[in-house]
Design a protein around this ligand. Structure first.
Ligand SMILES: Nc1ncnc2c1ncn2[C@@H]1O[C@H](COP(=O)(O)OP(=O)(O)OP(=O)(O)O)[C@@H](O)[C@H]1O
Ligand SMILES: [Mg+2]
Length: 502
């Protein structure tokens, strides 16, 4: 195995790809050695996913050659790729939510027995072996719909691994995994490496790149601008390569001044799992309130309960002293609440529509001219948000699905900015967003706080929660374990509180 280590297993030469007038990949070269992990970084829209989709056969490249193990390959589609040694975990989960875990694992390749009947027992056995290797306990017969985003992501990873591929592409696989799950994934990746399998690992998280990758490549505006061994580079060099400038600080100064109490949550309790128990806290006008906790602690549920899309058993929510009692999202929105959800594809976007529709949909009445909707007003608003958010696109009439993952997220942000809500709740708002754009979003959040908005941010990223908030509420197992001042707390205290009721 050792002597194979320096052999190039995958080689991409001069790959080009355009969508209409938009040249997304410009003569890309990449070499991946056997039994190593190649990191792939770059700003939102740089072309990372497109490059990998061209490799995987989901897109057809315009120019260039791909060699696997010395032989030129050209896959007609993903099935072809999977059968010939390349697997990929996509950035956007693509699962059949109504089907169970086992079905999803074997979708498109059900094993059959000698009678030609689907061999369910064999599927189950193979599936449980796989999950055992991954160190996961999963109820194999439950529908995907009942699983958390992170569990579903682990299932996708298990599926990719199950093909016995030579090269596995992971496109931002950890964006919704817990720390423990990331550890398990890395363990698995190290095991695959030791078997001579190569991995291409796309991530915006620097510490992960340095932990798991042997080499790292950076794409900028469709060009490959750097490839180096991770031991020979550092964070600043990577950031400069990605954004073309260096960033001195990861967070802008949090210099907003919170005022009087705006939102008051009192004794909130829910009936259904995961069960929230007696949660009370206040958030001030102009304050950025963080919610930290381990995955499953109930942070998303808390936001959803305040927003009225999860049933309360008891408890009250007041805004500026007035009792709020919503039964659905529409009522919440009408009362000045906004919620940016964690699972954007399912809840936040209209995939068959363009940017204008997706930007204006939550706020239609304000684009009226007389009784009819004014196209001009809607387009102007969309252009404004594209500019504020620095959304990378060709124009306001692009289809939302033609944007890169991170840029789709900026559109959702823009939609809620248009609404100008009083209470802005965000669930993992910078997930999948590159370092430069994160900074811009942080600036926007602080600006909103200064304008007197009430802001709640759920984040699993410790630096973000410590770098971007005034106070932090820590949840543990459905309860509020404590509220701390951000300036006076640290990582250890947050972790300690997050395990208080386990
Ligand atoms: N199907 C498509 N049709 C038209 N344009 C597309 C399509 N897919 C991608 N693009 C464009 O290609 C460019 C690169 O997108 P890509 O998804 O590869 O970026 P990325 O580097 O993966 O970004 P992110 O970090 O946000 O995931 C973007 O400008 C995007 O708008
Ligand atoms: Mg991408």
């Amino acid at each position: 195995m050792e002597d194979k280590k320096n052999d190039v297993i995958l080689s991409i030469r001069g790959m080009c790809k355009s969508f209409g007038r938009n040249q997304v990949l410009d003569h890309i070269n990449l070499d991946v050695k056997a039994g190593t992990v190649m990191g792939l970084m770059g700003e939102n829209g740089a072309g990372k996913s497109t490059m990998m989709k061209c490799l995987f056969g989901s897109y057809q490249k315009d120019e260039g050659k791909i060699f696997l193990d010395g032989k030129e390959i050209n896959f007609e589609g993903p099935k072809d790729a999977l059968e010939n040694g390349i697997a990929m975990v996509h950035q956007e989960l693509n699962q059949c939510l109504e089907r169970n875990v086992v079905d999803n694992l074997f979708l498109g390749r059900y094993p059959v027995n000698s009678m030609g009947v689907v061999d369910e027992e064999r599927m189950k056995k193979k599936a449980s072996e796989l999950f055992r290797k991954l160190g996961m306990t999963v109820n194999l017969t439950q529908p995907m719909r009942n699983m958390s985003v992170s569990q579903r992501q682990m299932c996708e990873i298990a599926r990719a691994i199950s093909y016995n591929s030579k090269v596995i592409v992971l496109d931002e696989p950890t964006s919704s995994l817990t720390i423990q799950e990331v550890d398990k994934l890395f363990e698995m990746m190290r095991m695959l490496k030791s078997q001579g399998i190569s991995l291409i690992y796309i991530s915006h998280k620097m510490d992960e790149i340095f932990e798991i990758c042997d080499e790292v490549s950076v794409l900028r505006d469709g060009k490959m601008v750097m490839t180096k061994a991770t031991s020979e580079t550092n964070m600043n060099e990577l950031i400069s390569a990605m954004v073309g400038r260096s960033l001195d600080n990861r967070f802008p100064p949090v210099d907003n001044v919170p005022q009087g109490v705006s939102l008051s949550v009192q004794h909130l309790t829910t009936k259904f799992e995961p069960h929230l128990q007696d949660i009370s806290f206040d958030v001030r006008k102009g304050e950025i309130f963080g919610l930290y906790g381990l995955v499953g602690a109930g942070r998303t549920e808390l936001l959803e309960t305040i927003f009225g899309i999860r049933t309360r058993a008891s408890g009250r929510v007041y805004l500026d002293g007035k009792l709020m009692n919503f039964n659905n999202a529409k009522e919440a929105i009408e009362h000045g609440f906004a919620l940016i959800t964690e699972e954007r594809k399912a809840n936040g976007l209209f995939l068959k529509c363009d940017l204008t529709f997706n930007t204006t949909i939550a706020n239609l009445p304000s684009y009226k001219q007389g009784v009819a909707l004014s196209d001009k007003k809607m387009v102007d608003a969309t252009k404004k948000e594209i500019k504020i958010m620095h959304t990378k696109c060709m124009g306001h009439d692009d289809m939302i699905t033609s944007l890169s993952g991170g840029n789709q997220q900026k559109v959702i942000f823009g939609k809620w900015l248009e609404r100008a809500p009083q209470v802005f709740m965000m669930d993992e708002p910078t997930r999948g967003i590159d370092v430069g754009a994160k900074y811009e979003i942080y600036e926007l959040i602080i600006k909103m706080a200064k304008e007197g908005k009430t802001i709640i941010i759920v984040s699993s990223e410790m630096p973000e929660i410590l770098g971007m908030t005034n106070r932090i509420g820590v949840m543990s197992n459905g309860q509020l374990a404590g509220i701390v001042n951000t300036k006076e707390t640290n990582q250890e205290e947050l972790l300690r509180l997050s395990t208080k009721y386990l």
